[in-house]
Write a protein of this length. Structure first.
Length: 665
């Protein structure tokens, strides 16, 4: 008999979809989008669908494993947990709780994963990963300017006259926004795409700007200066709803439009067109991507763009906004109640600089537990991290597959797939819906949910009481803020999704959660944190000379970071996409095998070409790995200017021909 069960996608993504899983004879036979969900609308991407393939994959981990001199050996849960407990006890007595590390990220974005931290906090604290390989510089920038990063309701795009996709690869990473964009375009809105590389939506763009990577701040400043020259500012917004315009104007006066445009390699005509639309047209919705802030000046680039939109009156009104993320939503799920951090003595290691932190740690890390992340593929400058991890005595990885990180571990523990779990999925970066994760099928093999693995470790460590409870109880606790806001847990569970009461038009009431209550061109908090008080252009950090190209390793089309990179088969070599002119200058043609290299690393790739984009930008999609290499062997572990954010796209490289496949050459 066939049944349909509503559940939700836990992938770290803009779209946070609602699923319908069809179960036949105890087996998931179909995973599709829930047609009732206002954003999913019955459609899901390949990454979502392949969660069902990952459930049944032949190479799924179904038993605990231990590394032995003879190779990997399957062992029982009790042996694995007893031995890991002994390692943890040894670490606590020899090094103290800071010697025990929890290395985690958001590979599954559900509420109950916060229970993982409870184990470490119950033992006094420990060392844990903080900061971001993802979006922190932009969040910090918007926090200074607006008080919080917020996004308008998706359907508000229908109120926009101009939509600017500024460094967001929406057709690939945020496909559920495309129907809203297409509807707005069909109704007459104009589309601007600002991206050094081509994207699938370029053919619908009325204006396409291809800046030099990492210089968007200069572009935004040039456009803003043109608006000042033409007197196209919203003087009422400047006078009544913002602070610090005079100070920013002083900073802007120090550079010329020509200088700024030279810096970002954009022509005056394009900048004038954009100025016209921000200054005289509108409403303009600016949809910021995460890629443009993975540079030395990434945080300031976001502040420069915020300033452009605010000064021209494009914030706080329908159809406008600088929409980067949705941080309004998080307050409706009580994560602290689940993690119970209060009072724990936690040493923090930045995700972007994990290798350095491990190299210099005192006390050193002697036991590390890795959950929801695959750092040996995803952390910049991977080779350095490999060397640092080799010194950690006992490494435990909890995952569903033998990832590159798992291959380096001493124990690998199998965890459940989302279709085997009960939870709440809530990590959308864009809309305001959360999804209920219903268990669809029983766990395969001996896989257990993370919280259960930690409960069993906690019992052995004598702190088992911190896991007294069960999923429904914890989920109800986490849901309490929404219950207080008038939502009902049982209805949510039944329906499969709930909308959090976030604003449809951000800051439309004129109330900004900043110290001044206004939009802050001048931020005293930025100043107190040791940053420039106003937006400032910060140039990329990479050296050009010997390595004249910029390696952008943005998010893969077919995989969620490294999670599906190997499905159905990991290609032997990644594909590198170069500008036709850059390729021609190097005698490279499409299909050739090339070597991409810089000071940190080198790898072979198959060349593909693009015609229209920045000549010095090359693309290698992130997530690809082999047993000896990852894309991140090449990327730098430098940080961006604001927040705790890695600047892995600020990466110089050169490309040489290895073998041509073209017979005529
Ligand atoms: N298919 C798929 N979707 C995903 C993910 C995935 O792995 N695969 N991951 C999810 C996660 S974790 C995240 S963080 C988001 C990320 O999603 P996005 O916000 O789309 O971020 P990126 O893929 O990093 O880069 C977006 C675009 O920025 C462009 N870019 C790079 N440098 C610059 C620059 O200097 N200036 C400008 N203007 N543009 C630049 C790149 O060419 C790219 O097209 O996607 C989520 N969705
Ligand atoms: N060069 C380059 N590097 C990048 C990026 C880039 O664009 N370019 N993007 C960065 C960004 S934005 C991000 S968000 C990071 C992402 O980097 P990671 O957080 O490492 O993400 P994934 O590669 O998705 O790996 C997540 C792992 O968690 C496992 N997993 C899934 N569900 C569960 C679960 O319930 N429990 C446990 N214990 N494990 C689970 C998966 O099998 C997978 O192995 O990568 C960053 N690194
Ligand atoms: Mo991310």
């Amino acid at each position: 008999m066939s049944t349909q069960i509503k559940t939700a996608c836990p992938l770290d993504c803009y779209d946070a979809c609602a699923f319908l899983a069809t179960v036949d004879d105890g087996r998931v036979v179909k995973l599709e989008g829930n047609p009732e969900h206002p954003i999913t609308r019955g459609t899901i991407c390949g990454r979502g669908r392949r969660l069902a393939d990952r459930l049944y994959a032949a190479d799924r981990l179904l038993k605990p494993r231990k590394r032995t001199p003879m190779g990997w050996e399957d062992i029982s849960w009790s042996q694995a947990l007893d031995e890991i407990t002994a390692e943890i006890r040894r670490t606590l007595s020899e090094d103290g709780h800071h010697g025990l590390m929890h290395c985690y990220d958001w590979g599954s974005g559900t509420v109950l994963k916060n229970l993982n931290q409870r184990f470490f906090y119950a033992l006094g604290g420990g060392t844990e990963t903080v900061g971001s390989l993802c979006w922190d510089a932009g969040l910090k920038a918007q926090n200074y300017d607006f008080g919080q990063a917020r996004s308008h309701a998706p359907e508000d795009l229908l109120n926009s006259s101009v939509i600017v996709l500024w460094g967001r690869n929406a057709p690939v990473t945020n496909m559920h926004i495309m129907p809203f964009i297409r509807a707005a375009l069909d109704a007459g809105a104009r589309l601007v795409v600002i991206n050094p590389l081509p994207t699938d939506v370029d053919r619908r763009a009325h204006l396409r700007i291809t800046p030099r990577p990492g210089t968007d701040g200069a572009l935004a400043f040039a456009v803003l200066k043109l608006c000042i020259e033409h007197r196209w500012l919203d003087t009422e917004f400047l006078a009544t709803r913002s602070t610090g315009w005079t100070e920013l104007a002083t900073v802007l006066a120090k550079t010329s439009v020509a200088e700024l445009l030279r810096e970002c390699e954009v022509g005056l005509e394009q900048a004038e067109q954009l100025a016209d639309w921000y200054g005289r047209g509108g409403p303009v919705a600016t949809l910021l991507g995460i890629g443009l802030q993975r540079y030395a000046g990434g945080g300031q680039a976001v502040r420069c763009i915020d300033a452009l939109a605010a000064a021209t009156g494009q914030v706080g009104k329908p159809g406008g906004g600088v929409q980067y993320a949705n941080r309004e939503m998080g307050q409706y799920f009580d994560q602290d109640i689940l993690s119970r951090r209060h009072g724990a003595d936690v040493r923090e290691f930045s995700r972007g600089r994990l290798a350095e932190a491990l190299e210099t740690a005192e006390p050193p890390i002697s036991t590390m537990v890795v959950t929801r992340t695959n750092p040996l593929t995803q952390v910049p400058n991977t080779k350095r991290l490999e060397r640092a991890l080799a010194k950690v005595r006992c490494k435990v990885v909890i995952d569903q597959f033998m990832t590159r990180t798992a291959e380096f571990a001493d124990y690998v523990l199998p965890c459940t797939n989302v279709l085997e779990e009960e939870d709440i999925a809530f990590t959308t970066m864009w809309h305001s819906f959360a999804g209920y994760v219903h268990p669809v099928v029983p766990a395969r093999g001996e896989a257990k949910p993370d919280w259960q693995i930690f409960r069993e470790l906690a019992l052995r460590m004598g702190v088992g009481e911190v896991y007294d409870g069960w999923p429904e109880l914890w989920l109800r606790q986490a849901f309490q803020p929404l219950e207080d806001a008038g939502e009902n847990f049982n209805e949510f569970r039944e329906k499969g999704f709930v909308q959090t009461p976030t604003s449809d038009v951000c800051f439309g009431d004129g109330d900004f959660p900043t110290p001044s209550g206004r939009f802050e061109f001048y931020s005293t908090r930025a100043e107190a944190d040791g940053h420039p008080s106003t937006a400032t252009y910060v140039a990329p950090a990479r050296k050009r000379g010997e390595y004249p190209l910029t390696l952008i390793s943005s998010h893969p089309r077919k995989s969620e970071n490294s999670q599906h990179a190997d499905f159905p088969l990991l290609p032997k070599m990644p594909t590198i996409v170069l500008h036709r002119d850059a390729a021609r200058a190097r005698n490279i043609e499409a299909g050739d095998i090339v070597r991409v290299f810089n000071e940190r690393g080198s790898m072979e790739a198959i060349a593909a070409l693009f015609e229209d984009g920045n000549r010095d930008a090359v693309l290698l999609e992130s997530g690809w790995w082999s047993s000896t290499q990852t894309i991140n062997d090449l990327t730098p572990n430098t940080l961006a200017d604001l927040g705790d954010q890695s600047a892995q796209y600020d990466c110089e490289c050169e490309v040489h021909l290895v073998t041509t496949t073209n017979e005529d050459e």
